[in-house]
Structures are given as C-alpha cells and as structure tokens.
Write a protein that binds this ligand. Structure first.
Ligand code: ATP
Ligand code: MG
Length: 357
C-alpha cells in the first residue's frame, strides 16, 4: 500500500498556542514515525496572530485563505492577546477561516479523564463522556446588526444584534448530530434552544429538529431549554450523549462542559467542513491564556485531543484511540499540569504521553 502523506498547516498564533501546538505535533510525528511508513505528516507553519498584526496591521496574509486552501487540515493554537482588541483578532483570523472554509460543524467532546478531579462529585466513579455539536456558521454569531441605527441623542444609543437561522443551516447540523449519535454507544440527541423566549429562530430550530428526528427512529431525542440544560450538565450529565445547539448556546455549554471535566485546558474541538470542500480546522477550546503563556505550564491535553480528532478526520481511527489511551494513562498516573492540580510542566506531560503511546 502506498504511504499516505497528510499536509497540515500549523497556525499556533498567540500565547500558549505555540506551546500546545508543538505538543500536538510531537505526538502526531511520533505516530507517523512508528507507522512503518504507512502514513506521514508534512507540516507548514504560518506565523499569523496578534504579533503578526502588530508588525503588519493584518492578522493573516491577505491571500492567506488561498495559501491554506489545499491543505488536508489546519491545526490551530489560540488567538487573542491583550494588546489587540478581541473582535479584531478573532474575526481577522479564526472566524475568517471558519467562515470562508464553511466549517459549519463544531464538535466539542466533553470527556472526563481518570486521575483528574472534577467539580462534579460523580465524576470520579462514572466515566462521563458526551459531545457538544455546535452550529458554527450562523445563529447568534452571524454578525448581523448595527449600532446607532437612529440618532437618538447622547445616552440613548440603540444597538441591534440579530441572530440568523435558516432551515438548511438547522437541518444540516441536526443531521450531523444524529449521524454522530448513531455511531455512539448511547444513541441519543438532545436539542437545546430558548424557544420559549425567542419565538422566531429557536422555534424554527425546534420544528426542524422534530422533522429530522423522524428520519432517525433508532435515536432517542429530547428538547431542552438552555437554562435547564446548564443545570442538567451539572446534575444529570450521565443522561447525555450528543447535545446539538446554536452557535452561542453551544459555545457557552461546551465551556461549561470542559470546566466540569476539570479544566478548559483539557477540551478538544474540531471545526469541520463535513462536505470536505475545504480544509477542516482542529484546535483546543481554550484561549491564549496570557496569564501562563511562555512559562511551559500550559496543559497540552486539549490540543493533543484535537490532534486525535484530526486523526479521525483522516480515517486513522485506531491511531486516534491510541492517542486517547496514552492521554488517559498519563492522567491516571497523576502526571498533571497545575490547572488540574499537578505540578508537571507541559514538556513532562508530553514526554509521558509519548512514552505511553
Ligand atoms: P478566549 O476568549 O480566547 O476563549 P479566554 O479569555 O476565555 O480566551 P483563556 O485564554 O482560555 O480565556 O484562559 C482562561 C483561563 O483558563 C486562564 O486562567 C488560563 O490560564 C486557563 N487556561 C486556558 N488554557 C489553558 C491551558 N491549556 N492550560 C492551563 N490553563 C489554561
Ligand atoms: Mg473564552
């Protein structure tokens, strides 16, 4: 069989992004060199981010999207730095990539690791594992609205922030969620809205959910309001398998999920273009963590878990499982970074994960 080469664009960007992307690369390269020539990764690193912005006035090259288009995947660190306004850094790089490459499905597993204490009492005994599927192309982050729509005088400004829901957008993310649920042990999809208070978009969401659910009679379903779902994450997480929600709701819920698992530094994510017309992007959920950047203390597990999602995307499911097992063996042995109560640095955790591979 001919060796497969996967071309990956690495975009470490800001803060701990560089540290955790290096960690994920080390794990992927170790897998490749142990694959007996079955597959390999070729890396191209892009220097984009807030430092680049300060030098050039741009978060990424003007033709950066063209530069990225032909990669098999993008491996992203984190974007944002205190010297650059968040809406500039986020929209100038990460969201620009997500939108232009139509990465409409954001997959964020919530996974509890052995050896890591969760704020949930039950986490120690029950292995909890569910996935938040986030609609990543419209909803509350459609960028629609404006300020000063009418000149009402000082102190009376009005701002409008519009959420956009399309039937097609809702349907494709729901089918994605149902297909994902079919591949899991617990075949269940929970849909999250606030349709009691938001009577247009969220009601359309509910209607499409019901229609799509009818095509998946083998999958259990429920519709839960986002406030109730927040409580459920804490009180009854063993009842969850796949949770599908709009851009904003899923953003908040997945941060809650990663905090429940023990740290933001543990959470992995994939921004997928399921149609495979454009490259998908894999990145930890956490931000650039300026408070610990450059100190070698960042938890690499979120980024390495994201690399595992990338392996799955490439069809290397066995290798992805090996990476997850190596992570678990490491946390179970108590080799942890400070955010999850340990005293090991990034490098030591990565070394242990490599040894457990
Ligand atoms: P963003 O707006 O980009 O989501 P944020 O301001 O919400 O970023 P983060 O940069 O993710 O926040 O940091 C939030 C907290 O989590 C900080 O205290 C940070 O140190 C911690 N944190 C984030 N990522 C990691 C990591 N990989 N390892 C350890 N701690 C982390
Ligand atoms: Mg955040």
């Amino acid at each position: 069989m001919a060796a497969q080469e996967f071309k990956i664009a690495a975009i470490p960007a800001d803060g701990v992004g560089a540290e955790v992307v290096a960690a994920g690369r080390a794990v992927l390269d170790a897998l490749a060199s142990g694959s007996g020539g079955r597959f390999s990764f070729s890396w191209t690193e892009f220097p984009w981010g807030c430092g680049y912005y300060e030098k050039t006035g741009r978060m990424m090259d003007e033709d950066g999207l063209e530069e990225l288009r032909n990669f098999d995947a993008l491996y992203f660190g984190a974007v944002g730095w205190p010297t650059v306004p968040d809406h500039i850094s986020l929209w100038g790089l990460r969201l620009r990539i997500c939108q232009n490459f139509d990465q409409w499905a954001n997959v964020r597993p919530v996974h509890f690791h052995p050896g890591i204490t969760s704020p949930l009492r039950k986490a120690d005994s029950t292995p909890l594992d569910w996935v938040v599927v986030r609609e990543n192309s419209e909803g509350e982050y459609a960028g629609l609205g404006g300020r000063n729509l009418a000149a009402r005088g000082p102190g009376n400004e009005v701002a409008l922030q519009t959420a956009l829901f399309t039937e097609k957008g809702c349907e494709r993310i729901m089918r994605f969620a149902f297909d994902l649920a079919r591949g899991r042990e617990r075949k269940k999809v929970s849909s999250v809205t606030k349709s009691n208070a938001q009577q247009y978009g969220m009601v359309l969401w509910d209607e499409v959910f019901e229609r799509v659910a009818a095509d998946y009679p083998d999958v259990e379903t429920e519709s839960v309001l986002v406030d109730a779902m927040s409580a459920k994450f804490v009180l009854k997480p063993e009842d969850l398998s796949v949770v599908v929600a709009s851009n904003l709701n899923a953003d908040i819920l997945s941060d809650l999920g990663s905090a429940l698992a023990g740290s933001l530094g543990l959470a992995a994510s994939a921004n997928l273009n399921p149609d495979r017309l454009f490259p998908s992007m894999f990145e930890p959920v956490h931000g650039s963590a300026p408070d610990i950047a450059g100190q070698g203390l960042a938890n690499p597990i979120g980024a390495i878990g994201s690399a595992a999602l990338m392996l799955e995307h490439f069809g290397l499911t066995e290798e992805a499982a090996r990476v997850r097992a190596a992570i678990e063996a490491t946390t179970a042995a108590g080799l942890l970074t400070p955010d999850v109560g340990g005293s090991a640095g990034t490098d030591r955790v990565v070394e242990a994960i490599l040894a457990n591979l």
